[in-house]
Write a protein that binds this ligand. Structure first.
Ligand SMILES: NC(=O)c1ccc[n+]([C@@H]2O[C@H](COP(=O)([O-])OP(=O)(O)OC[C@H]3O[C@@H](n4cnc5c(N)ncnc54)[C@H](OP(=O)(O)O)[C@@H]3O)[C@@H](O)[C@H]2O)c1
Length: 243
């Protein structure tokens, strides 16, 4: 049971998979700390929807790649309330073949997708360890498991999250904090608006893109009491794209 006032921190919760996850976790009874980068209108809309469900929602706007900004937003807050669940969903893609990839494309993606994980989880982990309970879910990608041409930066960042989650699971398992990865395939969000359907759909056995809610439902399960013996795992939500 998710108790009253239990907090889930959803990083990258203003749009797409993070948005659906924040709404699903609110339905499960969590109050939500919702972080985003700069889309105030989208974040405000999610907050209204969460409040309409009778849950509280605090908004935090910062660039996950900026350690000082993450600290400024969350370090003092977690001394008052430790989040029970943390979902790291913030992420970007800057696709290019490696031969043409600029250092800016490489560094921006690694800084947001992988350093962002360090910046956020490092900031909140001590408070969670003191509670001796919790859930951490990282959103990786099938691209981090199988590799995708044109996504060397993105695949590296997403594979890095899987390694980080497995190592962290070994560190914090005895503190009753479960750490898992959810690895989506192609999901209908703004990130995949330009994906060529005619080329990609034949590769997906279910012959469709996933909905953000289908990812959110798995993340939600991992943030309940039910997955009591699921730890350090990578759970694919990909319509069979990677089997
Ligand atoms: N969509 C897919 O097919 C797919 C597949 C596999 C994995 N994923 C992963 O799933 C996660 C969510 O993807 P999505 O499709 O839902 O993306 P999205 O719709 O583009 O949403 C991205 C979210 O991350 C936030 N964000 C981006 N850069 C940030 C930064 N530097 N600092 C703080 N927040 C930042 C955005 O905030 P703003 O609204 O303020 O910009 C937004 O809330 C990502 O990690 C992505 O790599 C997606």
């Amino acid at each position: 049971m998710i108790g009253p006032g239990e907090v889930a921190l959803v990083v990258g919760g203003s749009r797409g998979i993070g948005r659906a996850t924040a709404l699903r976790l609110a339905e499960s009874g969590y109050d939500i700390w919702l972080t985003y980068n700069s889309n105030h209108a989208a974040a405000g809309e999610v907050r209204s929807l969460i409040e309409a469900k009778g849950r509280a929602c605090e908004l935090f706007s910062f660039d996950v790649g900026n350690y000082e900004a993450v600290q400024a937003a969350l370090a003092e807050r977690v001394q008052v309330t430790a989040p029970y669940a943390v979902v790291f969903s913030a992420g970007i893609a800057r696709d290019n073949l490696l031969v043409w990839m600029s250092r800016e494309e490489w560094e921006t993606v690694i800084n947001t997708n992988l350093n962002g994980f360090y910046n956020v989880v490092h900031t909140v982990l001590f408070s969670m360890l003191s509670q001796k309970r919790g859930r951490i879910v990282l959103i990786s990608s099938v691209s981090g498991q199988t590799g995708h041409a044109g996504q060397v930066n993105y695949s590296a960042s997403k594979a890095g999250l899987i390694g980080a989650a497995k190592a962290l699971a070994r560190e914090v398992g005895r503190k009753n904090i479960l750490v898992n990865v959810v690895s989506p395939g192609v999901i209908e969000t703004e990130m995949t608006e330009d994906v060529p359907r005619d080329k990609v759909l034949p590769l997906i056995p279910q012959r469709r893109f996933g909905a953000p809610e289908e990812v959110a439902s798995v993340v939600n399960f991992l943030c309940t009491d039910d997955p009591s013996y699921i730890h350090g795992q990578v759970i694919g939500v990909n319509g069979g794209l990677a089997i």
